[in-house]
Design a protein around this ligand. Structure first.
Ligand SMILES: O=C(O)CCC(=O)N[C@@H](CCC(=O)O)C(=O)O
Ligand code: ZN
Length: 356
């Protein structure tokens, strides 16, 4: 029997197996590749992969990569599935422990952002709130947190987490990453270089911890974590693979333990923004003054009223601010968008010290 058959039975690959078993609770299954690499399918859509003892891990790292936390963000799911197929087919050898996650299989089958509640608001323990009792997404958040905890405990190396997404709106900047807030932390220059290698040339610094997957791994597992937005939401099969070659090639290079290339034009400078305001649906007759179809990074001039309710309002401050993720269709208390502005001295080259 082949490793592929042990893991995915009669399904042609990891993605088909995950979609076909989206609601199943399957027991853990382990197998080995001919080179000794151990692959454990911890749960549906969760693979823990460890290279054989004795193989060098030249970058001394352990990596978590997640995709499909929102079920309709399919391109990053296809990227991860492709990397898994290449590894299982023996096209390259793994150098470091890796945990690969397809976040929300039932939502992937439905082609929806989520089925009952937004999975990416349930981390950092939020899944335990009584309002989420009995919801499938709350159970999934708990399972994913536990899988990440176990992976982190088993891997003494430096831990990295890339949570891959695509955006609902068009964007003036096609690819961008968000760096979760952890007090006193600076973005390491090597991570800036990795983002550039993945053709991600814009970075947003969050201003407070949240309940996203990347905020959980950054705050509680001390990982260097990023949410990475790689383009626009499209159904399975409608993504242009060329637009995702940057992240695919950069991740493959990391998993193989190869040295980092130096940043090359046009991806040699990261533009950095800071979040200045998180817009929440206050519920008190909340009114959002941004049109439905506005693109991410659309700029607003000082004094523009962005939202108001019966008690308060938010106006752009002394310098222009841009909007990211505008979406008023969220439950009360949840994020409607982020207001950002360029970080002073925001062009970061590979020879500088980091930001913040
Ligand atoms: O395009 C949108 O409105 C949402 C895209 C998306 O899912 N973004 C993530 C960002 C998570 C973070 O802030 O780190 C999300 O909203 O969950
Ligand atoms: Zn998303």
């Amino acid at each position: 029997m082949s490793a592929k058959h042990d893991l995915f039975g009669t399904h042609s690959d990891w993605l088909f197996h995950t979609l076909d078993n989206s609601k199943a609770s399957l027991p853990e299954t382990k197998t080995f590749l001919p080179d000794g690499t151990r692959i454990s399918r911890k749960a549906v859509g969760v693979l823990d992969i460890v290279p054989p003892a004795g193989r060098g891990n030249p970058n001394s790292e352990a990596i978590i990569v997640s995709a499909g936390v929102h079920g309709n963000e399919t391109a990053p799911v296809e990227v991860l599935n492709e990397l898994v197929s290449e590894l299982i087919d023996g096209e390259w050898e793994l150098a470091c422990p890796v945990l690969l996650i397809l976040g929300n299989p039932p939502a992937m089958v439905a082609g929806e952002r989520f089925t009952e509640v937004n999975l990416n608001r349930l981390f950092n323990g939020a899944h335990g709130r009584s309002e989420y009792d009995g919801l499938a997404e709350a159970a999934r958040a708990q399972l994913l947190e536990e899988a990440c905890r176990q992976f982190a405990m088993a891997s003494p190396q430096a831990l990295y987490h890339y949570d891959l997404h695509t955006a609902i709106r068009p964007s003036h900047r096609e690819r961008f990453a968000l760096y979760p807030f952890v007090a006193g932390r600076q973005v390491p220059v090597r991570q800036c270089d990795f983002l550039l290698e993945a053709e991600v040339e814009t970075l947003l610094l969050q201003h407070k911890a949240g309940t996203t997957f990347s905020s959980f791994s950054a705050s509680l597992l001390k990982a260097e974590s990023f949410t990475v937005e790689l383009g626009k939401v499209r159904p399975f099969g409608q993504n242009d693979p060329k637009r995702f070659s940057g992240i695919r090639d950069a991740l493959r290079r990391r998993l193989r333990g190869q040295p980092a290339p130096s940043p090359q034009p046009p991806f040699d400078q990261l533009t950095v923004f800071e979040v200045v305001h998180e817009i929440l649906n206050t519920g008190k007759n909340f009114r959002f003054h941004i049109p439905d179809d506005v693109a991410n990074f659309t700029e607003y001039q000082p004094g523009t009223v962005i939202w108001e309710d019966d008690e308060t309002s938010y106006r752009v401050g002394h310098s222009p601010e841009a909007i990211v993720f505008p979406n008023p269709e969220v439950p009360v208390g949840q994020r409607v968008g982020l207001m950002i502005r360029p970080k002073t001295g925001s062009k970061l080259g590979s020879d500088e010290k980091g930001v913040r």
